[in-house]
Design a protein around this ligand. Structure first.
Ligand code: ADP
Ligand code: MG
Ligand code: MG
Length: 256
């Protein structure tokens, strides 16, 4: 078993005016492999900031706290070292990489994570097997990463990476956004299958509850204004489905 432990994490961003704006104000979270945690919360509450901070995006300023994987501090390490340690982030808005095919991208990522290139024939069999499960055609391998991908294609591509890279912990940031019902089901089934096979610890970030009908969290954490406002089990997600986030928000405060 592995453990990802986030303690008293405070994170700021630099605004366009060059000022530091505090976003996360003391997040505590412990997640073990084989567990599913849902991070929920209103728009702008800091969910993506949490995801990027854990993964090591250089644009976020860590003010305080720690993020440890099996006791080892990650916050002083760059994103690629964290990925090799077993972290994976599926971004809310995956970036286009013009001129790089999916095929090359996946193989380069696998080589970087494992420290050696996979054997070509085994690798292709593995990639194509995974793509078939995700209902992707082989043509996909020759397309440029995320260029003109539909919402469903972007999310399938993220789950494909998760299956091939086999992280200990995967952070899925709004993997449900932009998916229709059928794509949501296929992507969710892919996440469940990969997670079970590899005992992945999942941090499933979502604003809406609908993905939680397919991927069942044992723990639900609600983040509001950069703090964990409430925690519970699956029943908390059901309550949020009925009530929304109103009770967490000040009715007189601007939302954006
Ligand atoms: P969520 O994912 O929960 O919707 P985010 O983590 O994306 O929230 O954003 C949290 C808050 O930080 C939002 O209010 C957002 O506008 C603000 N924010 C993020 N990046 C910047 C930035 N570079 N400059 C100013 N505000 C930012
Ligand atoms: Mg948002
Ligand atoms: Mg977000």
């Amino acid at each position: 078993m592995s453990t990802l432990e986030i303690r008293d994490l405070h994170v700021s961003v630099e605004t366009d005016q060059g000022e530091e704006k505090p976003i996360l104000r003391g997040i505590d979270l412990t997640i073990n492999t084989d567990e599913i945690h849902a991070i929920m919360g209103p728009n702008g509450s800091g969910k993506s900031t949490l995801a990027y901070s854990i993964a090591g995006h250089p644009g976020y300023i860590i003010k305080q706290g720690s993020v440890k994987l099996d006791g080892e501090e990650l916050l002083d390490k760059p994103a690629d070292v964290r990925a090799r340690a077993g972290l994976f982030l599926a971004m809310q808005y995956p970036v286009e990489i013009p001129g790089v095919t999916v095929s090359n991208f996946l193989r380069t990522a696998k080589t970087a994570i494992d420290g050696k290139a996979p054997r070509l024939r085994d690798w292709l069999r593995e990639v194509k097997g995974s793509m078939k499960e995700l209902r992707m055609s082989d043509d996909f391998l020759e397309r440029n990463v995320n260029e003109n991908f539909s919402g469903g294609e972007k999310k399938r591509h993220e789950i494909l990476q998760m299956e091939l890279l086999k992280p200990k912990f995967a952070i899925l940031d709004e993997t449900d956004s932009g998916l229709d019902v059928d794509a949501l089901r296929i992507v969710s089934e892919g996440v469940n299958r990969v997670r079970e096979a590899n005992h992945t610890g999942l941090l499933l970030i979502t604003h809406y509850t609908r993905i939680l009908r397919y991927i069942k969290p044992q723990f639900v954490h609600v983040i509001v204004k950069g703090r964990v406002a409430e925690e519970g089990g699956p029943e908390l997600a059901v309550r949020l489905e009925d009530e929304g986030y109103d009770r967490f928000l000040d009715p007189n405060e601007a939302l954006v």
